[in-house]
Every structure is written in structure tokens, then in C-alpha cells.
Design a protein around this ligand. Structure first.
Ligand SMILES: CC(C)(COP(=O)(O)OP(=O)(O)OC[C@H]1O[C@@H](n2cnc3c(N)ncnc32)[C@H](O)[C@@H]1OP(=O)(O)O)[C@@H](O)C(=O)NCCC(=O)NCCS
Length: 210
């Protein structure tokens, strides 16, 4: 029998994760948790069961998928829920993602790899990472907790993303670059130099803003 699963976040990404879960018949989606909706609201054809605060006090074993793209929001939600050992977050790798050398790649809990993503070899992906549609991840890349790599972004070999980095859609991060904690890379940027923690960089070549 399919196991019940709930999605945290009922926005556009939540709707895409509902679609992704169609490829995992061992799970059946029973509803959403969302801080911006009211308990009982209908969303994407399912019910909202309450806010993430509800999950802090949940006493039944509960399987969840975190459908939040913004790394800092992800981190805050997970830190809030970390006291409740009843909650679990499986790893999802879509069957249409490609991992060229599977034995050498590792994926942490709550990490989601969507359709069309390509990973090559010797890659470490830690917890609650989102690798979104058609992104490519080169050899020896390390991606730390809460990072989100948006559609069509490319990380070349030996890139390292520290915790909670956002890589915008279509961005390119060149070989061996490290990107500091909480940094954001704008859509379409080409990152040619190290990015400092908390920095936002945009453009070609990418330069800091703000
Ligand atoms: C880089 C980013 C994080 C900055 O967000 P922000 O802090 O809200 O920045 P703002 O939108 O206020 O923009 C600040 C300035 O940077 C410019 N800018 C923002 N993003 C840019 C980008 N990707 N490329 C070039 N310039 C950009 C804006 O035009 C603005 O310039 P101005 O001050 O001259 O008007 C965001 O724009 C971005 O690219 N996010 C990625 C989104 C994404 O990939 N979504 C995928 C959904 S599936």
C-alpha cells in the first residue's frame, strides 16, 4: 500500500513536486502544509492541513517533502522542525535524472533531484538540496545543506557551494569556484571568481550588487 506523504509549501514548486511524486507510486500525497494558507483551504486539488507550526507538535510518524526554493526559508523551516523526531524527509531522485557514476555520488536527506538533471562523478550533495530541472553538476562538486540550484544552471567541475546558496536559473559557475554561505547567484550569471558569504552576484562576468 502507498505510504502517505505531505508537501510543505503549496506554491509553484509545491505544484511541481506534486507532479514529481507521480513518478513515485510508493507514496500517495495526502495534502499540503503552508504558512500562507488556512487549514482546510483547497490547493492543487488537495487540502491544506495547517501551517508548519502544526508539524512541530505532530505525534504520528509523518513523511514530508519540502517544496521551498528559497534556501534561507528552507533552513528556517527545517531548524524549526528539527526538534520533532516523528518527521522524516526522504530523498527523491527523479527517474529521468541521470547520474553517470552512481557509486561515487551521495545525496543527503530531504534532497530532491528533478527530471533532466545530469550529474557526472564524485559528487557530494548534502541535506535539503534542490537540483531543479536540467541543471548539470560536474565532477567533484560539493553542494552543502539547503542550497537550491535552479533550472538550467551549470556547475562545472570541483565547484563548492557552502550552506544555503541560491544558484539562479541558467547561471554558470566555472571550474573550481567556491560560493560562500547564504550567497545568491542571479539568473543567467557567469561566475568566474569566488563568491563571498552573503554576497549576491549578477551578470557576465558576475559582479556583486547590493
Ligand atoms: C539575483 C537575485 C537573487 C536578486 O534578487 P533581489 O535581491 O530581489 O534583487 P532585485 O530584484 O531587487 O534587483 C536588484 C538589481 O539587480 C538587478 N538584477 C536582479 N537579478 C538580475 C540578474 N539575474 N541579472 C542581472 N541583473 C539582475 C535588477 O535589475 C536590479 O537592478 P537595479 O538596481 O539597477 O534596478 C534575483 O534577481 C535572481 O536572479 N534570482 C534567481 C531566481 C530564479 O532563478 N528563479 C527560478 C525559479 S524556477
Amino acid at each position: 500500500m502507498a505510504k502517505p506523504i505531505y508537501i510543505i509549501g503549496a506554491g509553484g514548486l509545491g505544484s511541481e513536486m506534486l507532479a514529481l511524486l507521480k513518478s513515485f507510486p510508493e507514496y500517495s500525497v495526502n495534502g499540503f502544509y503552508d504558512d500562507k494558507l488556512k487549514k482546510g483551504d483547497l490547493v492543487h486539488g488537495l487540502i491544506c492541513l495547517g501551517s508548519t507550526d502544526t508539524l512541530c507538535t505532530c505525534t504520528e510518524p509523518t513523511i514530508l517533502l519540502l517544496a521551498i526554493g528559497d534556501p534561507l526559508t528552507k533552513r528556517n523551516v527545517i531548524q524549526k522542525l528539527s526538534g520533532n523526531s516523528k518527521l522524516s524527509f526522504p530523498t527523491f531522485i527523479h527517474p529521468k535524472a541521470t547520474i553517470l557514476n552512481e557509486d561515487t555520488c551521495t545525496f543527503g536527506k530531504g534532497t530532491i533531484v528533478t527530471a533532466g538533471v545530469v550529474l557526472t562523478t564524485q559528487i557530494k550533495i548534502r541535506d535539503f538540496v534542490l537540483l531543479n530541472l536540467n541543471s548539470t553538476i560536474g565532477h567533484d562538486v560539493i553542494i552543502n545543506d539547503y542550497c537550491s540550484v535552479m533550472p538550467g544552471a551549470n556547475l562545472a567541475g570541483s565547484v563548492q557551494l557552502y550552506n544555503s546558496v541560491l544558484v539562479g536559473s541558467g547561471a554558470n559557475v566555472l571550474n573550481g569556484i567556491s560560493v560562500g554561505e547564504n550567497a545568491r547567484i542571479g539568473s543567467g550569471a557567469v561566475v568566474t571568481k569566488q563568491v563571498l558569504p552573503n554576497q549576491t552576484v549578477v551578470g557576465i562576468p558576475a559582479k556583486p550588487i547590493g
